[in-house]
Design a protein around this ligand. Sequence first.
Ligand code: CA
Length: 229
Amino acid sequence: MSKILLLEDDPQVGQVLYTALEQKGHRVFWAKKAGEALERLATADLLTLDLGLPDMDGVEFMTEARRVRPRLPVLILTARDDEETKVYCLEIGADDYMTKPFSINEFIARVAALLRRAYGAPKIKVGPLTMDTHSHSALLDGRQLKLSKTEFSLLYTLASNPGRVWSRGELIERVWGLDFDGTDRVVDVYINMLRKKLGDDPRSPEFIETVIGVGYRLFELKRSNPTVF
Ligand code: CA
């Protein structure tokens, strides 16, 4: 289940996309105007953006979306199929682009691909660690780890990209959200709690490595890539 912000002023197209996304189990906020969508940018997991909007140019909205959410996955939907628009949208940071009319199945597949690329698959296995977001379960060598929602989300973020170094700011954006107004220290506190639950020794960690001056990463355990189910 992801939070999808659907910005589409055409009632028929919007209804079809809304229904298809809901059927896939997503929570969808359908905005028919840019103004309504701006308020929802902070909490969305993915934005699908129609470029032809009544109250704001879609390209302008895209620029604003990138300013507020630099890493939010964005799929642009538009009737404009000129090369200039496509290139410009990609240049200002859209992750994918579909020209109307398009197939709903392809739309759903592209949304799923963007979510997977940004947040990892619902179920992942890295070395002895298996995590499943649907059942909120984390197993280490088959043993269930008792993790809070925040601990789970933090470990899942690290485990979905083993070897990738995350800055504290990136982890805060991903795990706590943009409205979080505490300090970076919260990341260190939660990493310590996770290490305890994983049985990791901070002086010679096996799981979570501190990258001095940068942030944290999960070791590429047994050099395995995450297995996607
Ligand atoms: Ca439109």
